[in-house]
Design a protein around this ligand. Structure first.
Ligand code: NAD
Ligand code: DAU
Length: 342
């Protein structure tokens, strides 16, 4: 692949993918298209800013003309779509942008790819499309029962990917990744939010009893899996990407506090997220068998490295935790924390 368009490449996972891909494939041109929403951040791409095979374009995947012009100008052969609204709590407060980007935007991208002869489209989806599972592990063929507006918009987008493969023969692949953590993650998600709050000795609002289970995946492992699927995945195929490390939220919180040397008294049990999925769990059997991918990092080693990164990079997150971030924090947490238990 001579030119890859990475949409949403200024976000958390997209920028990690870009940083790794620019270095790993020096003969491939990487073009980032990103709207730079509140979650997009050019600081995430500073390490590749001067790389000769990297280009940045600001724009919306839902804007057909922008997408078509970029595909034409750079001779795009493959698209990897990370662009999305991604935070479940925000989708509960205001679902509109989720439908617009995660469904309509993805449709525009697929349609432009089809019309302009792009050879491959890889779509980055999520384990949340399955809904919650009390026991056992989700497989790729299982029914989709998304529960939040975010999960529903991601499931809707996936249906459009399927339709473009089946109807038009577009070479598509989809990955469903589990809860991803690492450096450069916007500090609204559990890990970076709790790490940065704890660093300032502020309360950590844990929803409900904190016994919800997530499968934790290090960002570098997630990116390596996407790279494998992009290059070697079967047309039309869907692959789970699990971290193979299930933990209750309270265990993750305690691990972060221990790593920072901060007390557990910072934890506040607050009102639960509406419709909160109790457990996500995936099997990696398919990607392991077909593409020989497995996670290379243990949770403990990767989370310690992540915590240390936030400790060493206050320049990155302190300026984010201002303005709109504080408005959102107030909306999401003020009432919850006021009525919190210890
Ligand atoms: P993020 O919120 O950090 O970044 C999203 C990026 O998309 C931002 O740079 C934003 O500016 C950009 N964007 C949003 N709307 C856009 C639009 N209309 N046009 C162009 N760019 C737009 O997200 P993330 O956590 O890096 O997630 C990336 C992808 O991976 C998403 O599709 C998400 O659903 C999926 N995913 C995330 C996780 C996770 O745990 N973070 C797990 C599995 C799957
Ligand atoms: O599973 C993959 C998904 O993981 C991705 O598709 C999403 O984009 C990503 O945001 C993430 O979704 P979650 O809802 O699982 O992640 P979040 O970090 O918001 O929350 C993780 C768990 O922690 C969840 O059970 C809710 C809980 N939580 C979260 C926050 C922000 C709290 O208890 N308190 C909080 O303040």
């Amino acid at each position: 692949m001579k030119t890859i368009l990475v949409t949403g490449g200024a976000g958390f996972i997209g920028s990690a993918f870009v940083r790794r891909t620019v270095e790993k494939y020096p003969d491939t041109t990487i073009v980032v298209l990103d709207k730079l929403t509140y979650a997009g951040n050019l600081d995430n791409l500073l390490p590749v800013h001067d790389a000769p095979n990297y280009h940045f374009e600001r724009g919306d995947i839902a804007h057909r003309q922008t997408v078509q012009q970029i595909i034409e100008r750079y001779g795009v052969e493959a698209i990897v779509n990370f662009a999305a609204e991604t935070h479940v709590d925000r989708s509960i407060l205001e679902p509109d942008a989720f439908i617009q980007t995660d469904v309509v935007g993805l449709y525009v991208l697929l349609d432009a790819a089809r019309q302009m002869g792009v050879q491959r489209v890889h779509h980055v989806s999520t384990d949340e499309v399955y809904g919650s599972v009390a026991e056992g592990f989700f497989r790729e063929g299982d029914v989709l029962e998304p529960n939040s507006p975010y999960a529903a918009s991601k499931a809707g987008g996936e249906m459009m990917v399927r339709a473009y493969h089946v109807t038009y023969g577009l070479h598509t692949t989809v990955t469903r990744g589990s809860n991803t953590f690492g450096p450069y993650q916007y500090p609204e998600k559990l890990a970076p939010f709790f790490i940065t709050e704890a660093l300032d000795d502020r309360p950590l609002p844990l929803y409900g009893d904190g016994m919800q289970v997530r499968d934790w995946l290090y960002v570098d492992d997630h990116c390596d899996a996407i790279d494998a699927v992009l290059h070697r995945g079967a047309p039309g195929a869907i692959y789970n990407i699990g971290g193979e490390h299930e933990l209750h939220n309270i265990e993750v919180t305690r691990f972060i506090l221990r790593t920072l040397g901060k007390p557990e008294s910072l934890i506040r049990h607050v009102a639960d997220r509406p419709g909160h999925d109790r457990r996500y769990a995936l099997t990696n059997d398919k990607i392991r068998a077909e593409l020989s991918w497995t996670p290379q990092h243990t949770f403990e080693e990767a989370m310690v490295a992540t915590v240390r990164w936030y400790q060493a990079n206050e320049w990155w997150w302190r300026k984010i935790k201002t303005g709109e971030y504080l408005e959102y924090y107030k909306r999401q947490y003020a009432e919850r924390l006021a009525g919190a238990g210890g």
